[in-house]
Design a binder for this molecule. Structure first.
Ligand code: NDP
Length: 234
């Protein structure tokens, strides 16, 4: 049977590539956006993941249009980097609220229908930085490390009800998020990656589709790096 997939932040970047990969795979795909253009063939629903009521309404809209969400991809995320001595508390908490609490809001809304159906996949888009750390990214790295604890707790809490929870940890990926990196840093970062290049969003999407597929049915609580070897050993 065709599965229903919901990708948060599916209007651009990695989320859009994930949505398109699921569409190619024959799934019914819904994406959340905040006003952006959605991939052709996907059901778009407006949702800011920092607002619990919008998350609830988005799931309700997807359920009535496409049926219960069987695969949740919590992808929406932001960066706001600066050194800790210059970072205001607001800049810390707003990144946490989007990247970590936003994913938690979606997981909480998805959990009851998934456990009732004894069927569900939750996939969280973390980052190599969550394990490796990065100067200037205390807020972002903390949020991405938090997703690992979130996913592994869900794996333990919901595993007996047929729901898996896994993490995909990309390294640098060519999207709007990395396009503003000054060239000197871009080169420095590329030199630190064994494969010597940034990933394309489709390469992250392929890992997500695999984790959601039948061949990954016994995989839960895992962190799947898609980082060109950057985070090896972390
Ligand atoms: P982009 O900046 O290209 O896209 C981010 C997406 O998240 C957009 O769709 C954006 O919506 C959405 N979003 C941001 N804040 C909210 C919010 N409050 N509510 C709903 N949607 C929101 O980023 P990427 O595609 O590069 O990143 C996607 C995910 O992958 C993020 O979680 C990121 O941390 C992670 N990642 C990215 C890496 C990279 O190198 N690019 C590396 C490792 C992880 P809108 O268009 O409305 O702003």
């Amino acid at each position: 049977m065709t599965r229903t997939v919901l990708v948060t932040g599916g209007n651009r970047g990695i989320g859009r590539a994930i949505a398109e990969a699921f569409l190619c795979d024959g799934a019914k795909v819904a994406v959340t956006h905040r006003g952006g253009e959605c991939p052709t063939g996907a059901f778009g629903v407006k949702c800011d993941v920092t607002e619990g009521e919008q998350v609830d309404a988005a799931f309700t809209a997807v359920e009535s249009e496409l049926g219960p969400v069987e695969v949740l991809v919590a992808n929406a995320g932001i960066t706001d980097s600066t050194l800790i001595t210059r970072m205001t508390e607001d800049r810390f908490t707003s990144v946490l609220d989007t990247n970590l609490t936003g994913a938690w809001r979606c997981a909480r809304r998805a959990a009851t229908p998934m456990t009732r159906a004894r069927n569900g996949r939750m996939i969280f888009i973390s980052s190599v930085v969550g394990m490796y750390g990065s100067a200037g990214l205390t807020n972002y790295a903390a949020s991405k490390a938090g997703l690992i604890g979130l996913a592994r707790s869900l794996a333990r809490e919901l595993g007996s009800r047929g729901v898996t929870a896994n993490v995909v940890a990309p390294g640098y990926v060519n999207t709007d998020m990395t396009s503003s990196l000054p060239e000197q840093y871009g080169k420095q970062y590329r030199d630190s990656i064994p494969l010597r290049r940034f990933a394309e969003p489709e390469e992250v999407a392929a890992a997500v589709v695999w984790l959601a597929g039948d061949s990954a049915r016994y995989v839960t609580g895992a962190i799947l790096p898609v980082d060109g070897g950057m985070g090896m050993g972390h």
